[in-house]
Design a protein around this ligand. Structure first.
Ligand code: FAD
Length: 389
């Protein structure tokens, strides 16, 4: 009960910030969220919420609504790019009955969290751009207004001002990969599974959303040059179609539906060395932006938010903050290392190597399907809601 009546400022109203706000409010804290945007809303895109992230949504009391508006994933299917033949199938029906893997529209998750924080009595202040954060529990807005609290949480994403306060600037580097994202109508009868279409130097992930009537696409291509890292770039759909022109199966029909795709340069950042200090803590992308190749960025933000609230409530601010960092850093670093390693596996260029690798995967998937899924137990089986007592 250490957080009862404590004043908390959360910088950033994304998935991590809203989750932390709700978890702390449920423990009696007086919480204000400062969000730079004019509204709490998200660009159209999908998210895979795996069992480890879903446990947090469940513990917050929101899983029923999320499940009702999402698609439950039944499999992850790795496919060869030429005709879409399946190379390996991870059967998600083999997950224990209490676990589920959901395909979620980001806007739906944000709306669910935003309604829940407001209903719980969190103050959400929009159009509030934070320009400076101090370890003493103070933030400064671009209007020069200064606010103080018992605790500040930096949940301000990729270009975090809070991260700088604790770590100085970092030096991200371009990974040589860009990602297009789009949502299209489900014109191919896409089943409730995530498909990874693997080609030389590129891959495309597709999965259905909401009632199955839409399909989320993430298409990754290796590239030499890129300028800025950010979420707001658009591209002409013909560039996407040209990059994936050699792909067969369902891919051409889905790409024909794309109108205005987003385009991201994928950068690698080191995991922040320091996640907390004084009266300041970091979570989510502010502490550890990840490449999307394990679909865990939002799931890690959910886990962080729960762990932070639970540690603070159990031990108070002074002792709870270092406990939070100790609980989270190694797990997050492992997730990020696995995500970093995945891209080249999907992108094998040499046809002989690719053929052999796909053959090996196919054999393994047939003789030991349980083992294929079992290698993710450390990730999906983890329950952050039981990690702090
Ligand atoms: P964000 O969601 O970035 O939220 C930060 C918030 O802070 C924003 O609302 C922003 O406006 C606000 N803000 C920023 N600066 C300021 C400021 N100075 N003042 C006030 N407010 C500020 N993750 C998954 O788990 N599953 C997936 O399937 C998945 N797919 C992905 C696919 C792609 C192509 C990419 C690029 C990412 C994907 N992710 C996925 C990762 C996931 O989107 C992020 O990790 C997650 O959104 C991080 O949440 P966050 O709350 O930390 O940050």
């Amino acid at each position: 009960m250490n957080m009862h009546g404590q004043r908390v400022l959360v910088v950033g109203g994304g998935i991590g910030g809203l989750t932390a706000a709700l978890a702390l409010r449920q423990r009696g804290a007086e919480v204000t969220v400062l969000e730079q945007a004019e509204a709490l809303r998200e660009v159209g895109a999908g998210l895979q919420i795996s069992p480890n992230g879903l446990r947090v949504i469940e513990a917050l009391g929101l899983a029923g609504t999320l499940r009702a508006g999402s698609v439950q994933g039944r499999a992850v299917s790795l496919r060869d790019y030429r005709r879409g033949a399946e190379v390996l199938r991870l059967d998600l029906n083999r997950l224990p009955p209490d676990q589920a893997y959901l395909f979620v529209h980001r806007a739906d998750l944000i709306a669910l969290l935003a309604d829940a924080v407001r209903d719980a009595g969190v103050e959400v202040r929009l159009s509030q751009r934070v320009v400076r954060v101090g370890q003493e529990g103070r933030v400064v807005l671009d209007t020069d207004e200064s606010l103080t609290a018992d605790l500040v949480i930096g949940a301000d994403g990729l270009h975090s001002a809070a991260r700088i306060a604790l770590n100085g600037g970092d030096s991200p580097f371009f990974t040589g990969q860009v990602a297009w994202r789009a949502i299209v109508p489900n014109v191919t009868g896409h089943p409730p599974e995530a498909r990874v279409h693997m080609g030389p130097g590129r891959h495309l992930v597709s999965y259905p959303l909401r009632d199955g009537g839409a399909v989320n696409l993430v298409a990754v291509e290796e590239r030499e040059g890129w300028v800025a890292e950010g979420w707001a770039h658009r591209d002409h759909p013909d560039n996407l179609r040209a990059a994936f022109a050699g792909f067969g199966g369902d891919v051409p029909a889905l790409l024909a539906q794309v109108h205005d795709p987003g385009l991201w340069g994928l950068f690698r950042h080191p995991v922040a060395r320091v996640w907390q200090g004084g009266r300041l803590a970091l979570l989510g992308d502010a502490a550890h932006p990840t490449l999307p190749f394990l679909a865990q960025g939002a799931n890690m933000a959910l886990e962080d938010a729960w762990a932070l609230a639970a540690c603070l409530d159990a031990d108070g601010i002074e002792a709870g903050l270092p406990r939070y960092q100790a609980l989270r850093r190694d797990r997050v670093a492992r997730v990020i290392a696995v995500a970093n390693g995945n891209a080249w596996k999907y992108h094998l260029r040499n046809p002989l190597v690719r053929g052999a690798a796909h053959l090996g995967l196919g054999v393994l998937g047939r003789v030991a399907p349980g083992r294929m899924l079992g290698q993710f137990d450390w990730l999906y089986g983890y329950d952050v809601t039981r990690a702090v007592r």
